[in-house]
Design a protein around this ligand. Sequence first.
Ligand code: GAF
Length: 397
Amino acid sequence: MSVQAIQPVIERSASPAATLQTFCDANFNAAPLVIRAAGRINLIGEHTDYNNGFVLPAAIDKAIYLGIIKRNDQQLRFHALDLDDHYTGSLDNLQPSSKHWPDYLLGVVQQLQQKGYPIQGFECAFGGNIPQGAGLSSSAALECAVLFALNQLFELNISKMDMARLAQAAENNFVGVRCGIMDQFASIFGKRQHLIKLDCGSLEHEYIPFRFDDVKLVLLDTQVKHSLASSEYNTRRAECEQGVKLVSRHHPEVSSLRQVSMDMLDTYVKPFNTVTYNRCRYVVEEIQRLQDACADLIKDDLSAFGQRMFATHEGLDKLYDVSCAELNWLAEMASGESGVLGARMMGGGFGGCTINIVQTGAVEDFIAKADQGYRQQFNIPLKAYVTSIEDGCRVMA
Ligand code: GAF
C-alpha cells in the first residue's frame, strides 16, 4: 500500500540522521522522537546463542535512525527512506506484508499487543547506514529502534532486558527466523569500546573493554548473500536440537548443547549421524573457544585471540557448513597477512562480512590487497568498513 502526498527528500545528505530530519520536517505534523539503534559485530561465539552458549558481540558505528510520532487513530504508517517505500496498515489487523520490510516493525507491534501493552496508531520513518545483507543485523536494529521508540512514546516502562526478548520474539514469531538473542541484545545493551560477554542461557552479561590503539576492526563485505541463509539457519537449529535429544535420552538433565560434553557427543551422537555430530561438535568447541578467547583478552593477548578466530572460521566452514567460497577466500587471504591477527566469517553465514583484527599500520594495504584479489577471483567489488564499537540504542531527540 502506498501513502499519498509524501514529499521527496530533495537533498540526500550523507548523514542518515539529517536525511531523516529533513523527511520528518516535510511530512510530520509534529516534532518526532528520534532513536538511534546500532548494528552489531561479534568477535567470537557464532551460532552459540540459540544453544544457550556464550557470545561476544558489540554495537557499532553503523545504525538505523528512526523518527516517530503518535496518531489519534489506529493507523500505522511506515516510511523506509533508503528504499523510498511506504506502508500503511492498521493496528486492528496485523498481517505479514508482501514487501517484507514492514514485518520487522509489525512483528514488534504484535508482540506488544499480545503482552497487553497499550499502544495506539503511529507514524514513523527510518533510514541508516547499516549495509543490508552484510551480517551486521540491520533487521535486529530496526526491531530494536521501533521497540525503543514505542516504549518511550507510550510510556510502557519495558526494561531493556524485556525489550531484547520482545524484539527477538518479533523476529521468531512474525518474520519466521528462529534467531537467537545476540543481535537484539547487542543493539540494545552495546557500550562504547566494550564487548559484551553474554551468557545466552541466563542473559547474565559482563562488559569487557576493547580499547587497543594499535589495531582496528575491519569488516570486509563479500556483497553476496546466498539464498540458503534463512532456511539453512533454521535447519542448523533443528540439527542442534536433534543432538540434544540424542544425548538427553541418557542424560535427562541436558536441555541444550551448552550442557553437552565432547564425550557425550562421541558416545551418543557420533554413531547416529555424522552431520548432526559435526554440527554439535562445532557448537560445543565454540562455546569453550569463547571462554578461552576471553581469557586471552583479559591478558591483552590479541595474537592468541586472533588465532581462535581463525579456528572458529574453520569450524563454521568444515563442521557447521555455513560458509561460502567468497567468505573462505577472504579468511584464507587474511590468514596469510602478517598484519592480520585474526579473521573469520561473521553472523549467520552464506555471505555477509568477515571480521578482521588488523594492525593499524597494515589496514590500508590489507584492504587494497583484499579488494584486488577478491575482484580478480569473483568479479565483485569488495566493500570494506573500518568500524568502531559504540553505544547501543539511545534517544537522539
Ligand atoms: C544471526 C542470528 F540472528 C543470531 O541470533 C545468531 O545466531 C547469528 O546469526 C549466528 O551467531 O545473526
